[in-house]
Design a protein around this ligand. Structure first.
Ligand code: NCD
Length: 326
C-alpha cells in the first residue's frame, strides 16, 4: 500500500481487497465483544485534523484509533490556532514535532491532504478534501456492498444527486469501477460535471433509470459548496424529480447513503426508516474499515526511519515554493 491515502486511486484493486479482508477478518466482530480494544497500535500516535463539519467520519476515525490502543489527538478547526491566523502548513509542522505516525485530515480545499503530506513524516489519510475525494468513504461503501452481494463484478449502481459538488461521487465512481461495477450517474444537468461521461459512467437525468440497477447510492445536496448559485429552478422542483422513496425501489435493490441524510430532500423518510437501506450498516462498516486501514498503512510501510526523505522538516519547508495558501 502507498505511504498516503489521498485518493482512492492510491489503492490498487488488490490493496482494496486486502484492506477489506483485514477489516472483515480482524475487526468487524470486535464491536460485538464486551471489551472492544486490542493492543495492535499501542505506542503509536494518530492526529485527526478536522477543518470541516463531521459526525460519522470524525467519530469513526477517533474510535478506530482508540480501539487499536493508539494515542489519538483530535484537532477541530474551530478550537485550534487556525482561528488565530496560523496557516495549514505551520499547523502541520507544529503537529509533526510530536512525531505522529498518522495524520487524518478533512479540509474544505481540494488538494489539502496532498499539500500537508509535504510537511510531515506521518502517513496522511484524506478524510475528505473539499469536493475532491473521500477515499475512506469509498472503501467502506465497497466493504458494505461486498458484505451484501459478495463479488461486485458486473454489479450495476446508480449514484443519484449532487454529483458536481460531491467528493463521495468522485471517489466512488473511480472505486466502484475499479471493483468491476457499472456506474450510472443520475442528476439534473447542472449538477453533473461537464464531460463526466469520459470517466466511463452512463449519465441520466431521470429516476426512471433506477429500474436498471442493482444498487441505489444517494447523495445530499452539498449546499455549502453552492455559494449562493442556483443549480436548480427551485428546491421543490428538485424534490419532485430526484427525491427517492420506497416506490422507486424494487425488491432486491439496496439503498446506500454516506450521511448526513436530509429527509424529504434526497431521500423520503419512509425509505430512510426502511429495511432496504444500508445506512447504518455503512456506519458500522466505517469503523472496521478505518481500523484496518490505520493498521495496514503502518504495517505495509514499515521501513527503517533512516530512509525517510524528510530529514529536516524546517529547512525543507523553508525551501518550498507554495502554490497553496490557506
Ligand atoms: C460525506 C462528506 O462529508 O463528504 N459525509 C460523510 O463523510 N459521511 C457526504 C456529505 O456530507 O454529504
Amino acid at each position: 500500500m502507498n505511504r498516503h491515502l489521498l485518493s482512492i486511486n492510491d489503492l490498487s484493486r488488490a490493496d482494496i481487497d486486502s484492506v477489506l479482508a483485514t477489516a472483515r477478518k480482524d475487526f468487524l466482530e470486535l464491536s460485538q465483544r464486551d471489551i472492544k480494544k486490542v493492543p495492535t497500535l499501542r505506542g503509536r500516535t494518530i492526529i485527526d485534523l478536522f477543518y470541516e463539519k463531521s459526525t460519522r467520519t470524525s467519530t469513526s476515525f477517533e474510535l478506530a484509533g482508540k480501539r487499536l490502543s493508539a494515542d489519538v489527538i483530535n484537532v477541530k478547526s474551530g478550537y485550534s490556532a487556525a482561528g488565530k491566523g496560523e496557516s495549514l502548513k505551520d499547523t502541520v509542522l507544529t503537529l509533526n514535532a510530536y512525531r505522529p505516525d498518522i495524520i487524518v485530515i478533512r479540509h474544505p480545499h481540494v488538494g489539502a491532504a496532498a499539500f500537508i503530506s509535504r510537511f510531515t513524516r506521518a502517513h496522511v489519510i484524506s478524510a475528505g478534501d473539499g469536493k475532491g475525494e473521500h477515499p475512506t468513504q469509498c472503501l467502506l461503501d465497497i466493504f458494505s456492498l461486498t458484505q451484501a452481494y459478495g463479488s461486485l463484478d458486473g454489479l450495476k449502481v446508480a449514484i443519484v444527486g449532487d454529483i458536481l459538488h460531491s467528493r463521495v461521487a468522485r471517489s466512488n465512481l473511480l472505486g466502484f469501477q475499479k471493483m468491476g461495477m457499472e456506474v450510472t450517474l443520475i442528476a439534473p444537468p447542472a449538477l453533473l460535471p461537464r464531460g463526466v461521461e469520459a470517466l466511463g459512467a452512463d449519465v441520466s437525468h431521470s429516476l426512471a433509470d433506477l429500474a436498471n440497477v442493482d444498487v441505489i447510492y444517494l447523495l445530499r445536496l452539498q449546499k455549502e459548496r453552492h455559494q449562493g448559485a442556483n443549480f436548480m429552478p427551485s428546491l421543490r422542483e428538485y424534490i419532485d424529480r430526484y427525491c427517492v422513496g420506497r416506490r422507486h425501489v424494487r425488491p432486491g435493490q439496496r439503498v446506500l447513503h454516506p450521511g448526513p441524510i436530509n429527509r424529504g430532500v434526497e431521500i423520503e423518510s419512509g425509505l430512510a426508516d426502511s429495511e432496504e437501506n444500508m445506512i447504518l450498516e455503512q456506519v458500522e462498516a466505517g469503523l472496521a474499515v478505518r481500523m484496518a486501514l490505520l493498521y495496514r498503512i503502518i504495517v505495509d510501510n514499515a521501513v527503517p526511519a533512516a530512509t525517510s526523505e524528510l530529514k529536516d522538516e524546517k529547512s525543507q519547508a523553508a525551501n518550498e515554493r507554495f502554490t497553496f495558501h490557506v
